[in-house]
Design a binder for this molecule. Structure first.
Ligand SMILES: [Zn+2]
Length: 298
């Protein structure tokens, strides 16, 4: 049981004693491996999606309750879209869309081709705001790490350091995943900021540091050159709130002819783009949908 707890994917946030430097540290190998397996991704797209999901979790960690972050890249490379959505409560989901999937394994060498030119869009869905708060920056290196740092500097004017560490086993499955986000608020002494900077430039493998310690909390002692105050610890999971019922209620907004066509063509498979879950409509589902639509229109 104890071992189970230690091995859970988790994110821990902490503050410097002055409260002016914020730290978020995550280990999420199970979460991103679930994403890789659900979407049947090869190494390269899995690598990018894992980085995006980790970054989204780190960013969501400063929110409240079920507030969430959607981090998307939209670009003209082999991958044309990465979507990563993370709730403060630890739920994460996401997917990758390809321009030319067949070329993806050939281009390991040229990383600029993977995303190409495009944008990083960050949307925050917050309780007290009717509309999402959206920030858009141009992709810098298209490696997610540089792009997210650039977003913080440009869009939020917060100097930050981001480390995203993803690794694979010999079967091409994600074997390690961790991330660290450090943000300096105005008013922190430059000495402290430089001390943090010096310490993190020494980090070779974030996963190794984390795995060498009994907990994420302990890992902070190796990552930060001064004591930090823990804010919170949250379990992280790949989780999608889709369900067959939710799909069915969306279908109820269609016209009866459209449902009849779907049924006639045996078009009964519903696929969630976020988690790749497949749902199948049965005869009785079609009949139920039809009878409700017809009842509504009368
Ligand atoms: Zn889903």
């Amino acid at each position: 049981m104890k071992q189970d707890y230690i091995n859970r994917d988790r994110i821990v946030t902490a503050l410097s004693e002055s409260g002016k430097i914020r730290f978020a540290l995550i280990r999420n190998v199970k979460t991103v491996l679930t994403a890789q397996k659900r979407h049947n991704l090869e190494i390269l797209p899995a690598f990018y999606l894992a980085r995006a999901l980790t970054a989204a979790s780190l960013m969501a960690s400063s929110l409240k309750g079920e507030e969430r972050i959607i981090l998307e890249t939209i670009s003209d490379g082999l991958i044309n879209k990465i979507y990563a959505e993370a709730m403060q409560n630890g739920e994460v989901r996401g997917f990758v869309e390809f321009n030319r999937k067949e070329d993806i394994s050939k281009s390991l060498q040229n990383t600029k081709d993977i995303l190409g030119d495009g944008i990083l869009r960050v949307s925050k869905i917050l309780y007290n705001k009717g509309e999402p708060i959206v920030g858009i920056v141009e992709l810098q290196k298209g490696d997610i790490v540089t792009d997210v740092s650039y977003y913080f500097a440009q869009s939020e004017q917060i100097p930050s350091a981001v480390i995203l560490d993803v690794d694979f086993d010999e079967k091409g499955l994600i074997s390690k995943s961790a991330g660290l986000l450090i943000q300096a608020m105005p008013g922190e002494s430059i000495d402290k900021i430089l001390a943090v900077h010096r310490q993190i430039t020494k980090i070779n493998s974030l996963s190794e540091i984390i795995n060498s310690q009994p907990s994420l909390e302990k890992a902070f002692e190796l990552l930060v050159p001064f004591p930090v105050k823990k804010l919170k610890s949250m379990q992280v999971d790949f989780f999608c709130r889709c369900s067959k019922d939710k799909f069915i209620s969306k279908l109820m907004t269609l016209k009866p002819e459209e449902i009849i066509d779907m049924k006639k063509n045996n078009n009964n498979e519903l696929v969630c783009q976020y988690c790749n879950e497949h749902y199948y409509l049965e005869e009785e589902d079609f009949n139920k949908i039809l009878s409700i639509i017809i009842a509504k229109t009368n």
